[in-house]
Design a protein around this ligand. Sequence first.
Ligand code: ZN
Length: 408
Amino acid sequence: MPDTKPILLLPERVWTASEDALRTRWAVLVAGNRITAAGPADRIDAPPDAERIELPGRTLLPGLMDLHSHLFLHPYNRTSWDDQVLKESEAYRTVRAVTHARDTLQAGFTTLRDLGTEGAGYADVALKRAIDEGMIEGPRLFVAGRAIVATGSYGPAARNYRPDCCPPQGAEEASGIEEIVRAVRHQASHGADWIKVYADYRTGPNGETRPTFSEDELRALVDTAHDTGRPVSAHAASDEGMRRAVVAGVDTIEHGYGGSDATFALMAKNGVAFLPTLTAPEAIGEYFFGYVEGKTEPTAQMRLAEQGFCTALKHGVTIGCGSDVGVFAHGTNQRELAWMVRLGLTPAQVLLAATSINAKILGKQDLGEIRENFLADVIAVTGDPVQDIAAVKNVTFVMKNGRIHRRP
Ligand SMILES: [Zn+2]
């Protein structure tokens, strides 16, 4: 880290994520990549050479996090998922991902957990490296690499192609404990921070969502991942897929649209966190089912997503913020926050999900709050997001790891 001058931020309001109240007349001092002081402006001793940045009318808050992204995908209404996986080279997809990473950071999302490159190998590991080296702009990344699916259970689906044609897949296939253990170890060695597994998928005779791995297979996957010190994220959109993943010991469940009371209660009991990805079915509804917010009825899939979210809430499951961005445009991650407010959380609860709760899900003790000694990931938005969550659309200042990426 090059020597840079300390920075004194002087916003209208500060929302720290460690306490409920909004603070006025506060200042935040940053030196190197850490927050060194946060408190009443008249009590902060800033060094005389500190750069002072006034942020009138703005609320300062911790950088936002999205724990379910796909930087290597772009909206399906432009290019179908199959076409992205089959027709776009890894090089082309990586160039796109560079622009997606920049758009995400500029929108105030300073951390992403990117859950699989969907056929672009370990390009996410390289992207993360380029960001960390300061070569390109982007959020802090926690990456999953190729992700793991049961043989013949993902896409592009073989049934849509001639039988002697084996289309390249959007994730690494494995069957049986031996192959699964090997895949986990392989992915870990290639730089995956998380192991992502698809516990169910649309493999039924009529495309119904069915569990893909047996409980024993999932247990072997989780145990191996945990042995390497890596947590496991499970895609699961059916109750049985979720249940098996939870029993096997995964750390997070993605989607959870079909989850029952019993399964969400088990998640709460076992401390498994939930990333609801509410915006994905909305985007699919817009692209393919004519859904228009406020004008048409929500689609069946959107209703299921809402039901899963409300069931999780009822049982006290830890709910983080993860959107499945990539299905919809990068840099509009804040749509997920708006959804959570529409489904009954207060803006402050949603901001907590997208900051300190997400940091805990990631196991990061020094991220997600504006607090002394925490990493200096802070953003400023025009207006007051605790009153109106729409304010998170108006990001005017972005700092990541002590470095400013956007100024008013
Ligand atoms: Zn996803």
